[in-house]
Structure formats: C-alpha cells, structure tokens
Design a protein around this ligand. Structure first.
Ligand code: MLT
Length: 408
C-alpha cells in the first residue's frame, strides 16, 4: 500500500477556514431561515475594477487570433507586468527592486508554502502567535516541526506572542532563529509596523544570518504615510528578506488569482557544505520546474491595476472596505468591546466578552446574530480570547451585522 506523508497526521485540526465553513454549513442546514452574514474569511465581495475587466476581455480576444495567440508564458511572469510592479510598487517608493527580481504567481498563500522547497530542513523557525495559519501548517506538512502539544503549538517552532499587552508587536527571538515570518499590516490582528520596528527585525536577521519572509499582502490598506509598505524601504533588507505581495485584496483577485514574490539578487543562503547559494537562482529553478505561470488574461488584468484608471478604482475599493472597518470599529467600541486593528488593515481584532472564549463567541455570534467571524484561537494559542471580523463585505451586510451585534 502507498505510504502517506506522516507529517500531515501531525496537523491538529482542519485548516481554519474550511473548519469554519463546515460549522456554518451545519448551522445553516439546521436553520435554513437564518440570513447569515459572513465576516469570517477575508474574501473580497466587490466587483473587479473596470480597468482590469477591460484588459482581460481584450486579452481573451487577442488569444482568439493566430497572431495574438499565446501558449505557455514565462514561468516568472510576463516582463511588462514585472516591470509595472517594479516601477509602481517599489521604485516609486525609493526601493531598489528590479523587474527580474519579481516572480508572478497565483497567490501569496501558495508562495508562502512553496518557498519551503528551497529552504533546508534544519532551520529554526519563528512565527508570531497568533499567525496566519498557512505559515505554520505548511512547515508541519514539510516535516519542519515536531508534534503539537496540548495547546496546538508545534515542537521546534519559536512562537512570538502578540497580544494587547505588547501592543501586538512581537518581541525579537531570545536566541538565534534562521527563518522569521512577518506579516504587516498583520493578519489577523490588523497591527502595523513602523520603519523603526522593521529596522530592528532587519538588524536581527542580518546579525543572525536569518531570512525574513515578509508578507505584505495587505499593504494597500495602509493610510498613514509614515508607515512602510515594503520591507525594502528598510536599510539592509535586500540582504535578508523575501517579500510576498498579492492582487487579491487590493484589486479583488481572490478568485482570478494573481500575486508575486520578490527575491532580491544577491540574497544568499547556506548549503550543508557551507557554500553560499543565491536564493534567486533556486526559486527560479523551482518555479521553472513546478509552475507554468499565471494565465496571460489574468496578468493583463493585473497590469491594468497600474493604469491611471486602475489606480483610481483600486483606491475606491480600498476606501470602501476601510469605511466598513471604521463602522465595525465604531460599533464594537460603542458596544463596550476592546477593539484593535482596522485602521491600516481590513481586519478588526477584538477581545471576546468576559466569560467567552474565542469559539464560544463564534457560536454565540453565529447562533444568536447569524454573523460569522473568525475565532482568534484558530490563529494560535495566544489568540485565545480574541476574535477577528473582516471588513470585506457589502455596506448593507456590515451595517446589518453591526445592528445585530448591538442587539445581542
Ligand atoms: C484570511 O481570511 O485570513 C485570508 O482570506 C486568508 C488568505 O488570504 O488566504
């Protein structure tokens, strides 16, 4: 009989969002009349920008002629998209990132786990707690952790707690780690990092020969002009950091799929022999072997994000979701709850009411208000007693959800 990957058997629970969907489905089947409002998974709800749709339609037509037809594209992405990204997202902010350092992909979730292909097995890994569960689960699946303990924490991982007590700012690891996952604006807490805070991480990484995996999927939601959008705004980051970006949340590509990863040239890792190896070459090799690129149509849609019309439409979308976040913050605060995040991020993080743990609050909200959120404990042990509400929904649904919450 075929052998299975035993690492999967170490996983504590189902992946968080399918688990929530399973519970919501069961509730919905038992209560078919309940009008459920979903503020759980951070999935966008508003239509794709017109600029993107126009570009995608034109791309479809191009493929319909012999001259315009394209088969396999470059595994790294089309040069025109990589150049637009380098110019608008990095060079315009003073970051020294070239088009050839950008690898187009079908998602940051995929990239954040695929990157483990090019990293060795013995790395000491640090994650915040709570954390986007993919970082942890992908390491479990790849055999980079031990077993989980009673709290669901995996042996071998260094957990850096982020709670209200430390302002959701993770302490630097006590000892040496080799790989650090950072996400700013943060999923799930909505916290952000200043340049000075990121500089501390970069300095730590350089001093300890560590690699930072910087997830900036939510950078478009930053409103404070003083805050960095990219790790490459920080001195020395090119020598210690890989950055993940996505079109999912800014331009609504969660369904159409397009993202990218920046791997700077000259960013090195160490082989078992002690030899220094450039990570760019390994990632390029990995992508060429295991990935055939994102469709031409979708890449043309992503390119349109950088047109003047695309930029204006994306800004409108971001403002729309951030106005939702402001409504959620205002209403929860008025209800006497302690509320965090939601000012530079589309997630509002709240303390559960006294006497209720995260899943208890989930059940109460679903059962009594028919509103779905995400239990903080699903993001890690230190998320217990917290709860996440997503600002991705229609205005009518957000207002109705808040009305029901107030009535509780
Ligand atoms: C979330 O709700 O945390 C996000 O939808 C996760 C993701 O983008 O994969």
């Amino acid at each position: 009989m075929v052998q299975v990957n035993g690492n999967y058997l170490k996983l504590k629970a189902g992946y968080l969002f399918p688990e929530i969907a399973r519970r919501v489905k069961a509730f919905s089947e038992a209560n078919p009349e309940a009008a459920i409002i979903r503020l759980g998974i951070g999935d966008v709800t508003e239509p794709l920008p017109q600029a993107c749709r126009t570009a995608m339609k034109a791309a479809v037509d191009e493929l319909g002629s012999r001259e315009g037809f394209r088969g396999y594209g470059p595994e790294q992405g089309y040069p025109w998209l990589r150049e637009a990204i380098a110019a608008h997202d990095f060079q315009a902010r003073g970051c020294q990132v070239g088009a050839e350092e950008i690898f187009i992909s079908d998602g940051s979730k995929c990239d954040s786990s695929n990157i483990l292909d090019i990293l060795g097995e013995g790395n000491r890994i640090a994650v915040t707690d709570p954390v986007y569960p993919v970082y942890v689960d992908s390491n479990v699946m790849a055999g980079r952790t031990g077993e989980a303990d009673a709290q669901g924490q995996y042996g071998g991982l260094t957990y850096l707690p982020i709670t209200a007590e430390n302002g959701f700012s993770a302490p630097l690891p006590q000892g040496k780690v080799d790989l650090i996952y950072l996400c700013f604006p943060n999923n799930p807490t909505g916290a952000v990092a200043s340049k000075a805070q990121l500089q501390q991480w970069v300095d730590y990484a350089l001093a300890n020969d560590a690699l930072i995996l910087f997830d900036a999927a939510y950078e478009a939601f930053i409103r404070d002009p003083e805050l960095p959008h990219s790790i490459y705004e920080i001195e020395g980051a090119r020598r210690c950091a890989i950055e993940l970006r996505s079109f999912s949340k800014n331009a609504g590509f969660t369904g159409t799929r397009c993202a990218f990863t920046v791997v700077p040239k000259g960013l090195m890792g160490t082989a078992a022999t002690g030899e220094q190896v450039e990570l760019w070459g390994l990632w390029n090799r990995r992508q060429c072997t295991k990935f055939n690129g994102v469709s031409y149509i979708v890449q043309r849609g992503a390119e349109a994000v950088y047109s003047p019309q695309g930029q204006a439409e994306v800004k409108t979308l971001i403002n729309f979701y951030m106005d939702n976040a402001a409504i959620i913050r205002r209403e929860l605060s008025a209800a006497g709850l302690s509320v965090y995040g939601g000012e530079q991020a589309p997630y509002v993080w709240l303390k559960t009411p006294a006497g209720l743990d995260s899943w208890g609050f989930f059940d109460q909200l679903l059962g009594q208000a028919h509103v779905v959120g995400t239990p903080g404990s699903g993001f890690g042990a230190a998320g217990e007693g917290y709860f996440r509400l997503s600002a991705f929904n229609s205005r009518a649904n957000v207002e109705e959800a808040m009305r029901r919450l107030r009535a509780l």
